[in-house]
Design a protein around this ligand. Structure first.
Ligand SMILES: Nc1nc2c(ncn2[C@@H]2O[C@H](COP(=O)(O)OP(=O)(O)OP(=O)(O)O)[C@@H](O)[C@H]2O)c(=O)[nH]1
Ligand SMILES: [Mg+2]
Length: 267
């Protein structure tokens, strides 16, 4: 029997077919460079640019890149609906097409494509790999003190409030194996901004996923404008607090139920 082209599944770094999802909103200055760097750093992977109808024409630039390169794809979305929604659409796109692993990567160069091979190698023995800014060996370049503090405090709060055992729960440079995406209740995900990363960390941890952190070199964006806003910070604070309260209520209910059937562990 002759194999169809679609049957051939290149094994990349031992994790199968990989799709790098790059959400974009007004990244015309960055999109070509990031695609080029990913293609150079990991030539076997494919790329999906998930553009929210950027007014600066990022979608059209990505479409031109896709025309020239069969490993580059574009998902044109109606309008700005947040990073979380763009990633969920990218995950669904990947799962419909049978990719074995999905990578999250920002378009602005903060997530160095040159670190991608290390993340993919780590994914051989993990369900989720987080490119971490806050583990030994990581470097954060050119970030103002205000952003460093925000990231450190946000991570501390997420870890204490939710018990998620990772140093960089807000980090957005990640690999998800397909099986773990299938195991998570992605329909329940409601975050729009970067609390999306915390929400997925929490879901993956609760699902028993093997989460591994790999140190990265993270650099401040050099071109284009940040979409980070006080609203995004407020969303993260408010959602983390809500999940923590829900987790406590569930733990108390479970303890109460166990106690009433004589299985309580506490004295
Ligand atoms: N599709 C889509 N992409 C978005 C949206 N908001 C942000 N992005 C993209 O998500 C990535 C991260 O956004 P950034 O603005 O870099 O946010 P940040 O990294 O927290 O902030 P900076 O420190 O300024 O880099 C970038 O590639 C953005 O273009 C959105 O609403 N839709
Ligand atoms: Mg950024």
């Amino acid at each position: 029997m002759v194999a169809q082209l679609s049957d051939i599944r290149p094994v990349v770094f031992g994790v199968g077919r990989v799709l790098v999802v790059i959400p974009t909103y007004n990244e015309a200055d960055n999109v070509a460079a990031i695609v080029r760097r990913v293609r150079r750093a990991a030539p076997q992977v494919e790329i999906l640019v998930a553009d929210d109808n950027s007014p600066d024409g990022t979608g059209a630039l990505a479409a031109a890149l896709a025309r020239d390169d069969g490993q580059v794809h574009v998902l044109h979305r109606d309008g700005k609906r947040g990073l979380g929604a763009a990633y969920l659409a990218g995950f669904a796109w990947a799962r419909q097409r049978g990719y074995d692993a999905v990578v999250e990567m920002d378009a602005d160069g903060s997530h160095a494509p040159e670190d991608l091979p290390a993340l993919l190698r780590a994914a051989r023995d993990a369900d989720v790999v987080i490119g971490s800014r806050w583990t030994r060996g990581a470097r954060v370049l050119n970030w103002p003190l205000r952003r460093l503090m925000l990231s450190r405090c946000g991570n501390l709060y997420a870890r204490l409030a939710l018990g998620v055992p990772v140093a960089d729960a807000t980090g957005g440079y990640r690999v998800y194996r397909a099986a773990v995406l299938d195991a998570l209740d992605l329909e329940s995900v409601c975050s729009q901004g970067y609390s999306f990363q915390v929400e997925l960390s929490r879901l993956a941890h609760r699902a028993g996923a093997r989460i591994v952190e790999v140190p990265i070199t993270f650099a401040e964006r050099e071109r284009g404008t940040s979409k980070m806003s006080p609203l995004i910070v407020a969303e993260a604070l408010w959602r983390i607090t809500g999940w923590a309260m829900r987790d406590r209520r569930t733990a108390v209910r479970r303890g109460w139920r166990a106690a009433t059937v004589g299985q309580a562990r506490w004295p």
